[in-house]
Design a protein around this ligand. Structure first.
Ligand code: 6PG
Length: 227
C-alpha cells in the first residue's frame, strides 16, 4: 500500500513545529475568509497540540468566523481535567475572543453511543470540516481510531469507541468519513516515542492514518529520525 506521507515537513524541534503549525493554521483560516463566511476546525486532543494552541493565541485570526469541533473526546464527566475539550479551553479557547456558541463540544459525558449519534447529527448539519488537526499515538492510532479495527467501510461521521487501549476506554471519535471530507488534515507528531508508528506508516502498514492520503504532516526530527 502506498504510504500516506504526501506532504511532510520535518522540524528541528517541537517548539519550532508548534510555531509553524500555528502560523499555518492561521494562514489557512485567513485565506478562506475571502471565499467563505465560516471556518470549521476540529482540534486534536492529547498533549502534542498544546504548544501549538498556545502559539495560536498570538496569531491574527478573526475568531468571530471560527467554529471549533473536536476530533475525539474521552467519556469523562463534563469539565474533567483529562477531557480534550478542557485541554483546548485551557491552552487556547479561554484566551481568544471566540463566541461560546461557536465551540461545539462532544457530549461524551452522555456515554459513547448517545454522544456519537448526537455529534454525527450535528456534523451533518454543520457541513464538512475545513481543517482537522490530528495527533498520532505510539501504536499508530489517530483521534480515537485505533489499530486492529477496519474503518475503511465505516460510514458514520462520529462513532462510539469502547475498550480503547489508551485510557479512558470509552470514547467518541470522528469517523474516517468526517476526516476524509475535511478540506485539510494536519497531523502534528513530535518525540522519539512516535518514531516506530511513523516507520510502520512509511512501510504502508494499514494503520488508521494510512487512509488519509491528503493529510499534511508536521513532524519533528526526534519522531521522524528516532533521535
Ligand atoms: C487523545 C487523542 C489521541 C492523541 C494521541 C497522541 O484522546 O489522547 O485524541 O488521539 O492525539 O494519542 O497523544 P499525545 O499527543 O499525548 O502523544
Amino acid at each position: 500500500m502506498q504510504h500516506c506521507f504526501n506532504i511532510v515537513t520535518v522540524f528541528d524541534n517541537a517548539q519550532l513545529l508548534a510555531r509553524a503549525a500555528a502560523s499555518h493554521i492561521a494562514q489557512l483560516a485567513n485565506r478562506a475568509a475571502q471565499e467563505q463566511p465560516l471556518y470549521r476546525i476540529a482540534l486534536a486532543g492529547g498533549t502534542t497540540p498544546q504548544s501549538c494552541y498556545l502559539e495560536l493565541r498570538q496569531e491574527v485570526l478573526d475568531w468571530s468566523r471560527i467554529h471549533i469541533y473536536f476530533g475525539d473526546e474521552r467519556c469523562l464527566p463534563e469539565g474533567d481535567s483529562q477531557r480534550n475539550d478542557r485541554m483546548a479551553e485551557e491552552s487556547l479557547l479561554n484566551h481568544v475572543p471566540i463566541p461560546s456558541g461557536q465551540i461545539h463540544p462532544i457530549h461524551a459525558q452522555w456515554g459513547a453511543e448517545l454522544a456519537a449519534l448526537d455529534y454525527a447529527r450535528r456534523l451533518l448539519q454543520s457541513g464538512p470540516l475545513d481543517l482537522a488537526i490530528l495527533g498520532l499515538g505510539e501504536d499508530g492510532h489517530t483521534a480515537s481510531l485505533f489499530p486492529g479495527q477496519d474503518y475503511r467501510q465505516e460510514p458514520r461521521l462520529a462513532l462510539p469507541v469502547f475498550h480503547a487501549p489508551k485510557p479512558p476506554p470509552e470514547r467518541v471519535s470522528l469517523g474516517p468519513a468526517a476526516f476524509l471530507a475535511a478540506r485539510h488534515l494536519l497531523f502534528l507528531v513530535t518525540g522519539a516515542s512516535k518514531h516506530d508508528a511513523l516507520v510502520r506508516l512509511k512501510r504502508g502498514e494499514a494503520l488508521p492514518p494510512q487512509q488519509f492520503k491528503h493529510g499534511q504532516w508536521f513532524v519533528d526530527q526526534a519522531a521522524w529520525n528516532g533521535s
